[in-house]
Design a protein around this ligand. Sequence first.
Ligand code: ADP
Ligand code: MG
Length: 494
Amino acid sequence: MTGAPTFEGSTGTWEVVIGLEIHAQVTSQSKLFSGAATGFGAEPNTQVSLVDAAMPGMLPVINEYCVEQAVRTGLGLKAQINLRSVFDRKNYFYPDLPQGYQISQFSDPIVGEGTIYLDMPDGSQRAIGIERLHLEQDAGKSLHDQSPTQTYVDLNRSGVALMEIVSKPDLRSAEEAGLYVRKVRTILRYLGTCDGNMDQGSMRCDVNVSVRHPGDELGTRAEVKNINSVRFVHQAIEFETRRQIEEIEGGGTVALETRRFDPKDGVTHPMRSKEEAHDYRYFPDPDLLPLVFTQGFVNTIKDSLPELPDEKKARFESEYGISAANAGVLVAERAKGDFFEALVASASDKSGKPASEIGQDCANILISDLFGILNKQGLSIDQSPIDHRSLAGLQALKLDGTISGRIAKEVFVEMLESGKQAEDIVEEQGLRQVSDTGEIDSIIDKIIADSPKQLAGYKAGKENLFGYFVGQVMKATGGKANPQVVNELLKKKL
Ligand code: ADP
Ligand code: MG
């Protein structure tokens, strides 16, 4: 295991083992087995059909669109698609579960094993196994804050289609788990099968954590339910790791149990001892036929998949000559990658330079300048105050030597503030770089004449005084002298 953190305890070294179950709401106008709407934020109980309310005699009808989305997601996770799968009833009582059971998939899920690749900060890659993906319905929601004495139930979510994506216990740190959640979310968003909005509940996860001495068998896991942010995933794992090591080293054992996470203090609390599968009395839902489709159906979906983040990243590296780390940042959101490619195409047009030559420079201005500002202002790339064409205008001025890199940074800030085009700012403020050798020549002559001490020092071998002369020329030209020209001329003259 490379790079995974370990923990020193009184009984030796420990490592943490993590497996995640991600519940992702299928992006669909209607529910998994009914035609009721699914929009977020509707008035309670306004999106409930008779099926969702489990009225007697109502029958579920599978929503083919949701099935397609699950297959699409399975393909995006490089997973096995099962041409035959079965819907089971998972029986339990809960006030917001009117049927008394959840329709889910158990022994025959729609998607089998797959793999997700994580790009670690040190540049290495980790492959994390996917155990399965199955389709199931969501439950309703109990509202405890509407009345001092009663609990109300909102069934809007009842019957909404969820994809449960179960990982193998392959994750070895809070950091990896966070990267995994982010990567799954990126893939789902590329595919368009789930909006990935964790704060609206359309993506949430159960975090399974155990500890062991490296090389030992897997320890007993605790399952922390319903975590809705990457930060909380981190906190829950860090807390559980410490708690379990202390528990075991204190002479106790870790209970196989379900816990809840309290975002206020980052602590997990026991909820109930963990149910076993047989407690749920799973059996095939007699109201639904097995789900069977052809390889042709799968192939049609496969042909419609967009380029996915891993492939896009590899292409960005080879096509634009940019670093792996930068490519990773650019593909994390589809719109960012699109913006980058539009910027390069437009800058290439304007400057006449090939994409492979200017890619890194375009990546730099996005990652080190634009994204930071968007972040600070809470804007998405689609809301960028500078569009790719305007930014390409700035890039072209820099690439063809009209302005220096330093001036380009200033023009960028000015563009943001004024909304003006780079070309206009450069003209209005006379920011053109001085590349005219004659002009620079005479400035250099004057500086050399004015700096006899430095000249003598340089001639005596103090080579770092070269920088002094460059600085003086830059000062004299207000930073507008072309640094390359300055360097060449100075070398000649000194
Ligand atoms: P359940 O619904 O009972 O939680 P699942 O099979 O749906 O069962 O999910 C179990 C999850 O727990 C998987 O993500 C799996 O990788 C993870 N897991 C299983 N054993 C361990 C373990 N010893 N430590 C950490 N995670 C584990
Ligand atoms: Mg679970």
